[in-house]
Design a protein around this ligand. Sequence first.
Ligand SMILES: Nc1ncnc2c1ncn2[C@@H]1O[C@H](COP(=O)(O)OP(=O)(O)OP(=O)(O)O)[C@@H](O)[C@H]1O
Ligand SMILES: [Mg+2]
Length: 286
Amino acid sequence: MACIELKQVSYRYPTSKTANLKEVNLTVESGEFIAVIGRNEAGKTTLCNVIRGFAPHFYQGKLSGSVHVNGKDVLRTEIGDLSWDVGYVFQNPFNQNSGVKATVYEEISYGLENLGIPRREIFDRVDEVINLLGIAYLADKHPMKLSGGQCQRVALASIIVMEPAILLIDEPTSQLDPKGTEDVFKIIDMLKKKGKTTILVEHKIDRVAEYADRVILMDEGRIVRDGPAAQILSDPALLEYGVTLPQTALLGLRLREEGLPLERIPITIDQAAVSIGALRKEGGGI
Ligand SMILES: Nc1ncnc2c1ncn2[C@@H]1O[C@H](COP(=O)(O)OP(=O)(O)OP(=O)(O)O)[C@@H](O)[C@H]1O
Ligand SMILES: [Mg+2]
């Protein structure tokens, strides 16, 4: 079932002279894990803003076309109503902070309190999420006294705990080291197994290649590519849009240039091992 449907959506922020999203068509099926890539200012955050109703409800500006989320017409639905369906993790994790809570534990509970969830259930859900994200040790810390990486995990926790069907996660690993980044991808992968739909804006292309099912490339407010990760991330044309290819794809393309008959361009290490192994079996020179 399609849980997000954008038809011919164009949008312009009030202070912008030109459109910031242009004729965007997008259908997302329930349970998909989609990565959105593209250079700075391509419109990735704006796309998230449209899906969660902030553009135009909060930012104002002009939107044409239609936006449906979980069957709701976003243009006719209040942001508060949509927040049941869509959780958004901010690009800058410090913006996620409510600023009214004295501990990380209370901060993560805050959204559930606002929904009037019984206390016992709040404790259970918060405990589960802080263990999942490996941040139980931060529970008593002040939310304003966290490092960038810690703050990013707390921001993610405060959304996951709400259990929205759709998660929009805007560059959640910018402050994280490789291990922290891998952890976040594993968490999203696990949420996918629980049936959540995730749209992840992310620059770390090797991790995207490893985990995402589908990749959307944006440029100048348009969706310029949309397809299976293996197809999109093995295309050298991506480089023209200011996006790098996975290391293994670059290696595969280079090997082909050297004349090795690689059947397909790998985008993950596992795929590279298979592709290169096949060459050896065929006596392709390795
Ligand atoms: N609140 C705003 N008001 C006016 N213009 C905006 C606003 N937010 C973004 N823009 C403009 O919209 C365009 C798309 O910006 P957006 O933030 O969606 O890009 P992005 O792909 O998320 O970039 P980044 O990788 O830097 O986060 C840019 O030209 C930007 O300057
Ligand atoms: Mg952005």
